[in-house]
Write a protein that binds this ligand. Structure first.
Ligand code: SAM
Length: 285
C-alpha cells in the first residue's frame, strides 16, 4: 500500500510581539509531528509560551543541505511537519528554500500559514508608495559590491526595501547617498511591533545625519525603505550608466568623467554632471 505524503506547513511567527501569532499558526504548531526551526532556542521559548511540546529539529543555513533529505524522508513517510524561522516568515532572508523547492518538485503538499514579515509590516505603515515595490534582502557586506548592487536598482520606480544590521547601517546609508543622492526619500522602520518601535522619515542625507548623531536610533532591528526613482530622473540613466560615471569619477574631475560617460553611453553630459554633483562624485585635483 502506498503511504500518503505528509504536509509541509510554512509557518510565520512573530517579529517581536507574541500576540501576532495567528490562531491557525498555533494550531498547526501544536498538531504537526515535528517543527524544523532555524533557532530551536527561540522557538522553544515561543512553544513554552503557548504550552506546546512538539518535537523541534534544528534547520538552519549551516545544516540545510544535510537536513533537507531527512525532512523530506519524514514527509514521504506521511508525517506532517512545520517549518519556522527565528522570526517572521520562513524563506524571506531566512532558510527553507531548498526544502520547499524540493518538496514541491516531489509533489509533497506545501501549505503556507501567513503572518508577520518585517518588510511588509514596514511598508504597510511607512507612507511610501506601496503599489509597486522591490524587496532586496540584506545588502552585500563590502562597499564595492554594495554600491554595484544598489546601482543595479537605481532606476527602479518602485519602493525599495532592504534589511540591514545596526552594525552596518551607517555604511549602507553612506552608499545609499552616494548612489541615489542625498535627496531621495527614506524611511527607517526600527523595532517593529516591539516597545521601541520607531519610524524615521526624511531624506537620505537627513536620516544618515540623524543616525550618526544618535546611536539609540541604530539599536535593534531595522528595515530601510527607499522611495523609487522619481519620474523626473530620466529613465535612460540606468545603474550601469551611473556605475560607469562613478568609476571614471574616481580618477577624473566630474566634468571630464561626465563627458566620457556621455560618449560611452549616449546619455546627455549635463544630465550626468548634475547626477554626479548630487552624489558628490569627481576626483579633486
Ligand atoms: N524572515 C524574516 C521576516 O519575515 O521578516 C526576516 C529575517 S532576517 C534574518 C532578519 C532581519 O529582518 C533583521 O535584520 C531586520 O532587518 C528585519 N527585522 C526582523 N524583525 C524586525 C523588527 N521587529 N523590526 C524591524 N526589522 C526587523
Amino acid at each position: 500500500m502506498q503511504v500518503q505524503s505528509g504536509i509541509l506547513y510554512v509557518v510565520a511567527t512573530p517579529i517581536g510581539n507574541l500576540g501576532d501569532l495567528s490562531a491557525r499558526a498555533r494550531q498547526v504548531l501544536a498538531e504537526v509531528v515535528a517543527i524544523a526551526a532555524e533557532d530551536t532556542r527561540t522557538t522553544r521559548q515561543l512553544l513554552s509560551h503557548l504550552g506546546i511540546a512538539t518535537e523541534l529539529i534544528a534547520y538552519h543555513e549551516h545544516n540545510e543541505s544535510e537536513m533537507t533529505p531527512r525532512l523530506l524522508a519524514r514527509l514521504a513517510a506521511g508525517e506532517h511537519l512545520a517549518l519556522v524561522s527565528e522570526a517572521g516568515t520562513p524563506l524571506i532572508s531566512d532558510p527553507g528554500y531548498q526544502l520547499v523547492a524540493t518538496a514541491r518538485a516531489r509533489s509533497i503538499r506545501v501549505v503556507p500559514i501567513p503572518g508577520p514579515n518585517a518588510a511588509i509590516c514596514a511598508l504597510s505603515a511607512a507612507g511610501l508608495p506601496s503599489d509597486r515595490f522591490l524587496f532586496l534582502g540584506f545588502p552585500p557586506r563590502t562597499q564595492s559590491r554594495r554600491r554595484a548592487w544598489l546601482e543595479a536598482v537605481a532606476a527602479e520606480p518602485g519602493t525599495l526595501i532592504l534589511y540591514e544590521s545596526p552594525q552596518r547601517v551607517l555604511e549602507t546609508l553612506a552608499d545609499l547617498q552616494a548612489v541615489f543622492g542625498a535627496g531621495r526619500r527614506l524611511v527607517i522602520a526600527r523595532e517593529l511591533t516591539k516597545r521601541f518601535e520607531t519610524f524615521l522619515c526624511g531624506s537620505v542625507g537627513e536620516l544618515s545625519a540623524c543616525l550618526q548623531a544618535d546611536a539609540d536610533q541604530r539599536r535593534g532591528e531595522l528595515v530601510i525603505l527607499i522611495e523609487g526613482c522619481p519620474p523626473s530622473e530620466p529613465k535612460a540613466v540606468s545603474g550601469e550608466v551611473l556605475r560607469t560615471l562613478r568609476i571614471l569619477a574616481e580618477t577624473l574631475p566630474l566634468a571630464q568623467a561626465a563627458a566620457l560617460t556621455a560618449r560611452l553611453t549616449g546619455v546627455h553630459k549635463s544630465e550626468l554632471y548634475r547626477l554626479g554633483l548630487e552624489r558628490g562624485l569627481g576626483a579633486r585635483r
